[in-house]
Design a protein around this ligand. Structure first.
Ligand SMILES: Cc1cc2nc3c(=O)[nH]c(=O)nc-3n(C[C@H](O)[C@H](O)[C@H](O)COP(=O)(O)OP(=O)(O)OC[C@H]3O[C@@H](n4cnc5c(N)ncnc54)[C@H](O)[C@@H]3O)c2cc1C
Ligand code: SF4
Length: 314
């Protein structure tokens, strides 16, 4: 797998590789981007130059306004379309565009999505703190690597300042991982592994550093689930550009329970989100974090600090 693509993607870059093959063969991609004001929305891309816009995970529900009808139009015009999104978005597009053999779909193991209003508040709070507009935002910056979940959240501002925090220490990401700011609807998700509508499901191969230590993983490794024959066709498209190894379902489940399990809310989600909408997001996240058991995060942090010292990085 091309190192540059891996570095610029959330996990092992399998989405980028498949999307590139589609575009080179005249296909169209639909996926999630940040717009100019860092709202997350789905967009149609048909050139390699614009592909980076779709890369990396955006932890906010993407807006699919007008997207489903646009996909149907392209399919009716016999275009080959690759749609990528959350499992519920993929289930929706498959239902809306039933019967089209030129529709290909990718979803991911989905922990949940935070509310777009909360993400917007977070962006505004950073801009207020740094007294400048954000020009680039990344939840999955691999400047410090990917193994042991040591990627960073980074924001670059117009006035040249940079915010960089280990993701598990960033208040928004930390609250997302622990279900503090997740949408109520994700508490009972109907799109877990045995209800998948997609051709391929992708994810981070967490724990590969212990499970297959012989594989170099600090640039990120993807987990891929082939859900049907069309999925097999898509994997074949990238087989000569990647190293693919079969693993036990049980092994990957051990490291990524979100395959089958919904997140467990630690607070009354509806009451909490109502309160969040009314107040300063950072203060509220801090308040929630204080009442959360972060012992797992703290153990990871100790491991990260010792690795960082060993490597002599920042
Ligand atoms: C909200 C969310 C929750 C996730 N939960 C888990 C999890 O619990 N476990 C796990 O292993 N992996 C999870 N992932 C997936 C993982 O982070 C990687 O996105 C995935 O492994 C693909 O990585 P990649 O390197 O192949 O490609 P990347 O280039 O990182 O892939 C980006 C792809 O994700 C899509 N995407 C990004 N943000 C959104 C969004 N908000 N809504 C819809 N589509 C989006 C883009 O359209 C693009 O196709 C989650 C991703 C998101 C966005
Ligand atoms: S957890 Fe389920 S309901 Fe929530 S965004 Fe993901 S697929 Fe959709």
């Amino acid at each position: 797998m091309d190192d540059e693509n891996r570095k610029n993607s959330s996990s092992g870059g399998v989405f980028g590789l498949i999307a590139q093959e589609f575009i080179l063969n005249g296909g169209i991609i639909y996926g999630a981007i940040y717009d100019d004001t860092f709202k997350v929305k789905h967009k149609k891309i048909d050139s390699i130059e614009k592909l980076p816009l779709l890369k990396t995970s955006k932890y906010s529900q993407s807006n699919c306004h007008d997207i489903y009808s646009s996909v149907k139009k392209d399919l009716s015009n016999n275009k080959k379309v690759l749609f990528s999104g959350t499992p519920c978005q993929v289930a929706a597009i498959k239902k809306y565009c039933k019967g089209f053999s030129n529709l290909y779909t990718i979803d991911f193991i989905c922990h949940s999505v935070p509310s777009p209003i909360l993400f917007d508040k977070y962006i505004c709070s950073l801009e207020k703190k740094y007294k400048s507009k954000i020009i680039n935002f990344n939840f999955r910056d691999k400047c410090s690597g990917w193994e042991n979940k040591k990627f960073s959240v980074t924001a670059r501002f117009k006035n040249n300042q940079v915010y960089e925090a280990l993701a598990l220490k960033d208040p928004f990401f930390r609250s997302f991982v622990f279900g503090v700011i997740c949408r109520c609807s994700c508490e009972s998700c109907h799109f877990k592994s045995d209800q998948k509508a997609s051709d391929i499901t992708i994810a981070d191969f967490w724990g590969i550093w212990d499970y297959l230590p012989e594989i170099s993983s600090d640039l990120g490794v993807s987990l891929i689930m082939q859900n049907n024959n069309r999925g097999a066709e898509m994997l074949k498209m990238i087989s000569n550009k990647s190293f693919i190894k079969e693993v036990d379902y049980e092994e990957m489940h051990k490291f990524n329970p979100a395959i089958d399990d919904c997140f467990i809310p630690i607070h009354n989600q509806k009451r909490k989100i109502k309160k969040l909408l009314e107040c300063n997001i950072e203060n509220y996240i801090d308040e929630l974090n204080k009442s959360t058991n972060f012992s797992i995060i703290d153990r990871l942090m100790i491991k990260y600090e010792s690795l960082k010292n060993k490597k002599g990085c920042r």
